[in-house]
Design a protein. Sequence first.
Length: 180
Amino acid sequence: MFQIDLVTKCKQNDRKAQLKLYKQYCDGMFCVAMRFLKNEDDAEDVLQESFIKAFEKIHQFKGEVTFGAWLKRIVVNRCIDFLKSRKERLVALDENYMQLVEDDDWTVEEETTVDEVKQAIAALPDKYKFVVQLYLMEGYDHEEISGILGITANTCRTRLLRGKGFLRNILKEKAYGTGS
């Protein structure tokens, strides 16, 4: 059965079609949730909530993107909402007045492993971590990230630039043994 047929049947509340879509996407979406939440129980909870929301809102799916991309956005938003609800303290900084210089150089020391980069991203403050993670690991652009996080594209660029600076410092400290 083709994906569009499954989606059409899901729109008709067909439970078998919903189960097929769930089985098709649950592992991949679990990996997305784990990259954000770093906890299997939390990732499973958010994943279940995401599928429930997706099936409740499936009539809004117009096929402009793949079902997987549409679902991934729901999972990412649920992960961010979950993390925000766990950390009620938010510091508002107005970053819209800053001048930006685009920097597309993401190179790191050759000895740096992917796991070290992931650990360094996890150590970033949330407002930078989410932007860096969405940009580097999930492949979203500034406009998409700003839509997901509810920030301006300029704020997104600023946070990405600052996040990259923090990331480089964390990796540099680790490389030179000055980190904890």
